[in-house]
Design a protein around this ligand. Sequence first.
Ligand code: G3P
Length: 226
Amino acid sequence: MIYTICMMGKVDFFIDSADPQEIKKALSLGLVDGVTTNPSLMAKEGRKPSEVIREIADLVQGPISAEVLATDAKGMIEEGKKLARIHDNVTIKLPMTEEGIVALGWFSQNNIKTNLTLVFSPLQALVAAKNGASFVSPFIGRLDDIGHSGMQLIREIKTIFDNYRMETKILAASVRHPEHVREAALAGAHVATCPYDVLKKIFAHPLTDKGLKAFLSDAKKAGLSV
Ligand code: G3P
């Protein structure tokens, strides 16, 4: 399975955050190929979303998802145009609704990158891909929360996209723990967007800590220095 992933392209890690300070810290971990934001994350910042996106775009080289707040296609297009002007890396995040799909058509025709969010079914993903979405964001944690399988959703989207050679990328969202990341990679998701605390947990293993402690203690006992 790992072989299949390697043959088909690379896996990207995005950070799910609108906090520039947190993003700066995550950059040093070498795991920030892009950023996803949403209105709830923006609300925590308490600043104008366009200002926050501009600041993030100065920090990160890679796609930055900025979400519209309008619920009608016309409003989404107007807001998306403003957000897209901030930086070439801005990806317009649209809700997976009928109006979102209408707006998606406009962005696709105008070669503006998009991320269809709040995807909870394989058919929603298929509709988004058919209409030219750059990314679809299946929310795996929120499905698990209601007793469904987020990972089954990723697997089904992957099969459908592979069946028809669709270029839309699967961006595993609502990631709650490293196990989600591992399973999403095995299922062939192209991106996992993780909160900062999940990114940090990817590095942690109790045997790494235990092993390092023992090595350093042996070195100290022997009076070693490099
Ligand atoms: O950015 C969207 C998504 O990752 C939200 O995650 O934890 O609020 O379900 P969560």
